[in-house]
Write a protein that binds this ligand. Structure first.
Ligand code: CO
Length: 236
């Protein structure tokens, strides 16, 4: 049995290793930045001058914060092509000023043509919402996903395989978030002015890297529930 002194030295050594690893990881980020600048400049000496000139993205991506689903890599696009908002489990809540500001700016100033809600199978946020564990502050955020479960409990309660249930909730969450975007005044008013705004729902499969288009694309307020449809003019 190790004596207390050995155990203490061991744990000090472990935390020292951890500190060094973290320091290295941080320095690797700065080195990675310099490598990226060098690589892009070698391909096109004007690359950063063009990037600095402005952006005209056609797409707004609302995805999960998960480190494995970065918008540009998943879609093989470059900086400048995709305007991005990410949060845990790609939730679109109509009282979230951050999401609304991004949506309003993307739709009304950048005039994007496509808004994509992109979830991913095996999402930790959805798994946490499916469980009964407490995780802290995030439990309040995950409540929105428990509400999605409640809306679809007839279907979900019948699924016995936990993994199948998790992945179906991932899909249903994306679908509900697409509808949530359609219900906003931002999207409803934009549809009155132009016909080229589409809201899509995708799920990324991390096992293959491939995207599944859930075929729930919305192009007008037509299918919104009556209570969510808003009149053109504001109440005076
Ligand atoms: Co996730």
């Amino acid at each position: 049995m190790p004596n207390i002194r050995d155990t203490k030295e061991q744990s000090e050594e472990m935390s020292q290793n951890r500190i060094e690893r973290q320091k290295r990881a941080y320095e690797e980020l700065l080195q990675g930045n310099r490598d990226w600048v060098e690589m892009e400049t070698a391909k096109d000496p004007e690359y950063f001058a063009k990037l600095a000139a402005g952006q005209e993205p056609d797409v707004l991506w609302i995805g999960c914060s998960d480190s494995r689903v970065p918008a540009n890599e998943v879609t093989n696009t470059k900086p400048g092509q995709v305007f991005v908002h990410r949060n845990i489990a790609n939730v679109c809540v109509h009282s979230d000023m951050n999401m609304l500001s991004v949506l309003d700016y993307a739709v009304n100033v950048l005039k994007v043509k496509h808004v994509i809600v992109a979830g991913h199978y095996g999402c930790g946020g959805i798994a946490a919402a499916l469980s009964n564990k407490q995780f802290g502050l995030i439990d309040n955020w995950l409540r929105h996903i428990k509400d999605v479960y409640r809306l679809h409990s007839n279907e979900l309660d019948r699924i016995t395989d936990e993994n199948v249930k998790l992945n179906r909730l991932v899909e249903l969450n994306v679908i509900e978030q697409v509808y949530n975007l359609c219900k906003t005044t931002i999207v409803q008013n934009a549809w009155r002015e132009r016909e080229d705004l589409e809201i899509h729902g995708w799920v990324i499969d991390l096992n293959s890297g491939l995207v599944k288009d859930l075929q729930v694309t919305a192009k007008s307020s037509e299918n919104l529930g009556k209570v969510f449809k808003l009149d053109e003019s504001k109440v005076k």
